[in-house]
Ligand binder design. Structure first.
Ligand code: DOR
Ligand code: ZN
Length: 338
């Protein structure tokens, strides 16, 4: 008999579904694994007003009725406190801080917190979560995350009631900062930063489909992240967010590869294999379905998802993009959801 693993229906607290013709397929792929997804706002054009947020939510709901989108807006200097309060009234759960130039579609982000001080005041007032891409693009690429931590410290000091999430942790330095932080500081971890390392990105042959921001780090950093996930460190503060960030295959294989890993199709199955190998399967449920909801103050996940212990090969291409671990055999596959 095939063994099965039943999980509460997982939440993805960081996903890019994009806009335009590819969005429905990305949204349905997300729906296959997750009950709720915190949808990132770095679309073209960005989600930075209540009408844009509402329209985007409707588009996602129409494409994937079984997925509950949790909406976020992008902090853009000059957007103003009224726009922030409008997004809150429209049901946003988070505002996203992309330091200018830090990643895909981030040229219009703040250069320093001061540039969005009024907006952060409004977020604090409205009880919104500040979700941060914590990298300083002026630092050398492998040092960008650590170089941004002083800015996080400044934000926590100046806005003492703001809840803050450091997205997609990639280094031991940022993990240590999180672990030493207050209850209102949380962080997300991706499957690719847990499963893979810098050597898989460029040690043997350059794999553009593993290229993302923050860039995958050496194994020592990855192992520190794994250890924290396996032992359920910082419950209610450290949780899964896939950072699934699909780009069309041509955009990843051209002369300049876009950054982003299309993680949604394989992230959960890859995590199940990783946790199982470490004898930590018991910690997977809280990591993907519980800890994040607790941090965001959401109801616990409703419904369930079953994985079956049955090998499958991740397809070479899905939805016009190359998924995480394409061509690799994984021991667990998605079985059924309720
Ligand atoms: O690699 C990345 N891609 N990192 C991000 O933070 C954004 C994402 C995207 O939108 O493509
Ligand atoms: Zn992202």
């Amino acid at each position: 008999m095939t063994s099965r693993l039943a999980l509460p229906r997982p939440d993805d607290l960081h996903a890019h579904l994009r806009r335009g013709p590819a969005m429905p397929a990305y949204a349905r792929r997300e729906e296959a694994s997750f009950g709720r997804a915190l949808v990132m706002p770095n679309t073209l054009p960005p989600i930075a007003s209540a009408p844009a947020l509402e329209a985007y939510r409707r588009e996602i709901a129409a494409a994937a009725p079984g997925l509950e989108p949790l909406m976020a807006f992008k902090l853009v200097p000059g957007m103003g406190r009224e726009a922030v309060l409008g997004c809150a009234a429209a049901g946003a759960v988070a505002g996203k801080y992309y330091p200018a130039g830090s990643t895909t579609n981030a040229a219009d982000g703040p250069r320093c917190p001061e540039e969005v001080a009024g907006e952060l005041d409004a977020m604090e007032e409205a009880g919104l979560v500040l979700s941060i891409h914590p990298e300083d693009p002026a630092a050398p690429v492998l040092e960008r995350e650590a170089a941004f931590l002083p800015t996080v410290e400044l934000i926590l000091g100046r806005w003492p009631r703001l809840r803050v999430v450091l997205e997609h942790l990639s280094t031991r330095a940022a993990l240590d900062y999180l672990l030493a932080g207050p209850p209102r500081l949380g962080a997300s971890l991706t499957a690719h930063h847990l499963v893979s390392s810098l050597d898989e990105l460029l040690g043997e042959a350059l794999d553009p489909h593993l290229f993302c921001k923050p860039v995958l780090k050496p194994a020592a950093d990855r192992d520190a992240l794994r250890d924290a996930a396996f032992r359920g460190a910082a419950p209610g503060r450290l949780f899964f967010g896939s950072d699934s960030a699909p780009h069309p295959r041509q955009a990843k294989e051209g002369r300049r590869a876009a950054s982003g890993v299309y993680a949604a199709p394989s992230a959960l199955c890859a995590l199940a294999g990783l946790f199982e190998e470490a004898g930590a399967l018991g910690a997977l449920g809280a990591f993907v379905a519980g800890s994040g909801a607790a941090f965001y103050g959401l109801p616990p996940p409703s419904g369930s998802l079953e994985l079956a212990r049955e090998e499958w090969t991740v397809p070479e291409e899905l939805d016009g993009s190359v998924p995480f671990l394409a061509g690799r055999r994984l021991p667990w596959r998605l079985a059924s959801r309720r």
